[in-house]
Design a protein around this ligand. Structure first.
Ligand code: FMN
Ligand code: SF4
Length: 452
């Protein structure tokens, strides 16, 4: 199936973009109007690529139908903080024009007053690509009438959590607020922390649509080619192509555009060329917030429902591969430590639970731990999501429960024993990609968490 998001070569000028059919999506949206534009996205069954797979058309319709007195906002989530993922930055570098056109279409469709792109301050290459492309498009009236502003924020994982991102856009640290963006969007007079444990808020207050970079990059193509073109690709429940990142213990790391429903083995053994010689795959972690997938399940199709059916998830399509030289307990320890450090602490069960789980996995990894330790792990898996404002605690639960469910024997064997592996594992926070050599550069700071 042909790539349409990451084409053969990068789109480096507005002339290149127009020659490749750029601009047709926004022109079509303007011709058919906001309501039919949303209907087109609904018919395409596009699902969000930021992690949860929520239907994009449903999200747009919910905000578009808010009381006309409400201000509406469109927010593009370009924070890309998931370890093992580089697809949004690849898209912004490769073709910033299609993202900007997608933002213009979405803002037009929902009747937004303003649109925002939120990304990390350290993503300098992406920021300059977006600014250059926006200036070129503006000069040719290809950005629509809704102003698009770029906001940068800190390197925190929570900058990518949609409610944390709204906080950052309003100039505060990215601590997730209680209500979802479709209820409480931007610039309301509601105190940021209101509502934890109180009666639910059901009115819409300046609602916002928050969509991922890849989700919005699909939009111009769907408008230009029609929803049927889109649903012909991928699976009935998860149409279209998706960008997948493969990293870790593979010969060739990279980002690939594949139809949804492609078996995970194609990514790991085809695109990634498999683990180094003499090694076999032990586990593939879809980011840090899903159950690891063992070698025996590599034929699972990469779509939202198939991944959920095996008790894992697609996440943002970033697959972290560990071969059989890695210890699953060490992997669980470093990934849980990442979640514990990034947890903001507004919900005590999340902060205490992620910390306790990381500590227990490190204890087992260092040769300690007994049955009682496993009981504590199980108890924290139950409690870590209590009264949570965001999905970080649920991600920790999925990761830890998945390790026990699928790799329970290895964890039990490890209790009270020195680790069979001498590898030091880190959290694969990708900072750069060299497609020619098939390698990623990682943030070395996340490889400093050695065994106790
Ligand atoms: C802890 C946490 C971190 C997240 N980080 C990101 C991120 O970096 N980028 C992103 O697009 N979505 C991220 N999400 C998901 C967003 O909250 C949100 O669901 C998404 O931006 C919606 O866009 P979509 O409907 O287009 O997928 C994160 C969620 C959680 C709970
Ligand atoms: S669930 Fe965790 S990360 Fe999310 S708001 Fe609560 S404490 Fe912060």
């Amino acid at each position: 199936m042909a790539s349409y998001l990451l084409t053969d070569r990068p789109i480096e000028s507005i002339a290149d973009y127009l020659a490749a059919g750029g601009g047709e999506g926004l022109a079509r949206a303007r011709a058919i109007g906001p309501d039919a534009t949303i209907a087109t996205i609904e018919r395409s069954r596009l699902r969000g690529r930021g992690g949860a797979g929520f239907p994009t058309g449903v999200k747009w319709r919910g905000v578009a139908s808010a009381d006309p007195d409400q201000r509406r906002f469109l927010v593009c989530n370009a924070a890309e903080g998931e370890p093992g993922t580089f697809k949004d930055r690849a898209l912004m570098r490769w073709n910033p024009y299609q993202l900007l056109e997608g933002i213009a279409i979405a803002a037009f469709a929902i009747g937004a007053e303003e649109a925002y792109i939120g990304l990390k301050e350290r993503y300098a290459a992406e920021l300059s690509a977006l600014e250059r492309a926006a200036a070129e498009m503006q000069a040719q009236d290809l950005l629509g009438d809704v102003p698009i502003r770029v906001v940068t924020g800190p390197d925190d994982y929570l900058l990518g959590e949609e409610k944390g991102l709204l906080e950052a856009i309003e100039g505060r640290p990215p601590f997730p607020r209680w209500y979802p963006p479709y209820l409480v969007g931007l610039y309301t007079d509601m105190p940021a922390g209101v509502g934890a444990g109180s009666a639910g808020w059901s009115e819409q207050a300046n609602p916002a649509v928050v969509n991922n970079v890849e989700t919005l990059s699909n939009v111009p193509h769907i408008l230009a080619h029609g929803p049927e073109w889109f649903t012909e690709q991928g699976t009935p429940d998860s149409p279209g192509n998706m960008l997948f990142t493969v990293c870790g213990d593979v010969v060739h790391e990279g980002v690939a555009e594949l139809p949804m429903g492609t078996p995970l083995a194609v990514l790991v053994h085809g695109v990634g060329e498999g683990p180094p010689e003499g090694r076999r795959v032990k586990a593939v972690f879809p980011g840090v917030s899903n159950a690891p997938i063992p070698d025996s399940l590599l034929d699972t199709p990469m779509d939202f429902d198939s991944m959920r059916a095996i008790g894992s998830g697609l996440g943002s399509g970033g697959m972290i591969v560990y071969d059989d030289s890695a210890c699953i307990v060490a992997a669980a320890a470093v990934l849980s430590r990442f979640l514990a450090v990034e947890s903001c602490g507004q919900c005590p069960p999340c902060k205490l639970g992620t910390d306790a789980l990381a500590e227990r996995f490190f204890l087992i990894d260092s040769g300690g731990g007994d049955r009682f330790t496993l009981d504590e792990v199980t108890a924290w898996i139950e409690r870590v999501t209590d009264a949570n404002r965001c999905g970080l605690g649920a991600g920790q639960r999925a990761l830890a429960a998945g390790v026990l469910r699928l790799f329970g024997e290895e964890v039990i064997d490890h209790l009270g024993r020195r680790c069979p592996s001498d590898r030091v594992l880190g959290v694969p926070k990708i900072v750069d990609w060299d497609p020619d050599t098939g390698t990623f550069a990682y943030d070395e700071g996340y490889f400093a968490w050695r065994r106790a």
